[in-house]
Design a protein around this ligand. Sequence first.
Ligand code: ATP
Ligand code: MG
Length: 422
Amino acid sequence: MKIQSVRGMNDVLPADSAAWQHVHAVAAQVFAAYGYGELRLPVVERTELFKRAVGEVTDVVEKEMYSFEDRGGEALSLRPELTAGVVRAGIEHGILFNQQQRVWCTGPVFRYERPQAGRYRQFHQLDVEAFGIATPDVDVEVIAIAAQLWKRLGLTGFELQINTLGMPGCRASHRAALIAYLEQHEAGLDEDAKRRLHSNPLRVLDSKVPGTQAIVEGAPKLLDYLDEPSLAHFAAVKAGLDALGIAYTVNPRLVRGLDYYTHTVFEWVTDQLGAQGTVCAGGRYDGLVEQLGGPKTTGVGFGLGIERLILLIGVQKVAITPNTPQVYVCRFGATAERQALQLAESLRDRFPALRLVLNAGGGGLKSQLKRADHSGARYALVIGDDEAAAGTVQVKSLRGEGEAYRCRQSELAAELGSRLAL
Ligand code: ATP
Ligand code: MG
């Protein structure tokens, strides 16, 4: 029996990896442009971390985690998101106490969901977090980072939805009103919603079940329960976005279900990816660090699904320079083979960005040129006995840019340098 990949876990083949490399390179550049430093973290953490950080009464922890016991009996999980690990590491290394930190993180995360377009069991996130800054200016900053990323990737058509959860204090009275309302409509709620009605009623607001959604339309709105400082924080976030010309809509149903979330929540949504339209989601979680046993430290950040970004790059036909070779070197005969070997290496020394394949495995002219064409290269260089003796090389366009011609080996670097703009 052939062994196949695990359902919902995908391979990225070389033909498709250019888009991934591009996203990573642009993201790393954008995050650095705002002074964020990269954290690299383990894929496996203690299960307890996610129970506390993501919350026990959530889809992720209740149904989606890959949890297991290791051989030493430790309860571990593949990370279902990145923020929990970032905070765990921040506390562990003492970099969150009484200071500001701007960090980012990326890598695979795992959730046992029903695989479909834009939804997988192993997927990848980009994560941005700012700690130790309580003011709304940094909420604006993290939203602006995502906007800057869209701009540099050439992506358009996002809608930014924002909302505020205010402070835990003003949420209590809303919670009571919400529970009373949901109890009145309990018969129409789905099973998850019924269960969360008392344990985590806010979470019912972002249900995806149509019947529950219809009930939620009429639910009491958190915005109507906010106190003055909460409203001021929200107003400042909106003013910052206005100043940057970042358009948004206020969506009162946008929530995070846990007590440690405060103030701003936001999502970048597109209508170009069907049901899986949320590309980036984030907000402020001023209580999380403390919840995980750290010092009282504020935090704000977002998580972004790279697969959805890649899908969008495809839908919007963003041009990505492929990583295919630019030059393929064909060689025949002992002297020519040695010369070509040295020439290829010296070209790579000279032009670090040059993508050059040296023929290996022998073959006649026809089969080597076929490989050259298949590689996607723009030029084939041909060195046989005649060229070796004369110290020349044949330059042959594989993409219809004129006739083949001979060039001195000593002048080849200059020739390729100008043709390929190296
Ligand atoms: P959704 O509502 O689509 O399930 P979520 O609220 O569970 O998303 P978050 O936990 O906020 O998602 O994760 C941040 C981002 O990661 C999402 O906005 C999305 O782009 C991406 N994402 C989440 N789950 C998946 C998945 N199973 N496959 C691919 N990308 C995902
Ligand atoms: Mg989900």
